[in-house]
Design a protein around this ligand. Structure first.
Ligand SMILES: Cc1cc2nc3c(=O)[nH]c(=O)nc-3n(C[C@H](O)[C@H](O)[C@H](O)COP(=O)(O)O)c2cc1C
Length: 163
């Protein structure tokens, strides 16, 4: 099937049809300060060995911390945690102010009450287009109970029903 010419907005709209979960990707700076950004680019990559990948925009303010720390955690959000997603996508500073978190084995911040988390040691960083892809070896996981926050057509959504 042939496709019409398309621009960035068309590409973004098409990608928006691929419904995803929402997570807060966290790491620490050299001084121990926690940093985090909202992402939906998380993908499980390999089961043996356990590998996960995320993509971070090159122009992200915190990209250096994610690259130099050598570790990151994917904090998977619950459907009640839209406010956390907005905070970690939009607040210019103080994103962790007033939040409770604890370090995982790598040191990655784990936010209290997330649906689940995946802690990783960074194995590879690849520059691709306008993003940097981080591939991590999974060193710890936690699976909670509850329902995930979703992102679909550029909007937050909930699971309607399981088919
Ligand atoms: C639902 C959602 C998913 C996002 N996914 C990503 C992502 O996968 N990678 C990324 O670099 N930014 C993603 N962003 C944007 C970042 O959260 C945002 O640009 C970052 O927190 C901005 O930090 P900065 O302005 O300080 O650079 C996403 C935002 C939202 C709301």
């Amino acid at each position: 099937m042939s496709s019409a010419p398309f621009n960035s907005a068309d590409f973004r709209r098409a990608c928006g049809l691929f419904a995803t979960g929402v997570a807060v990707l966290t790491t620490r700076a050299a001084d121990g300060a926690p940093h985090g950004i909202t992402i939906n680019s998380f993908t499980s990559l390999s089961l043996v060995p356990p590998l996960a990948m995320v993509a971070i925009a090159r122009n992200c303010t915190f990209i250096e911390h994610f690259e130099s720390s050598g570790f990151f955690a994917v904090n998977i959000l619950r459907e009640e945690q839209v406010d956390l997603s907005i905070r970690f996508a939009q607040l210019p500073e103080g994103r962790f102010n007033g939040l409770r978190w604890a370090p995982a084995k790598t040191g990655s911040p784990i936010l209290e009450e997330v649906l689940g988390w995946i802690d990783c040691v960074t194995e590879e960083v690849i520059g691709v287009g306008d993003h940097r892809v981080l591939i991590g070896r999974v060193t710890g996981v936690h699976t909670g109970h509850g329902r995930p926050l979703l992102f679909f057509r550029g909007r937050y959504a909930r699971l309607d029903e399981t088919v």
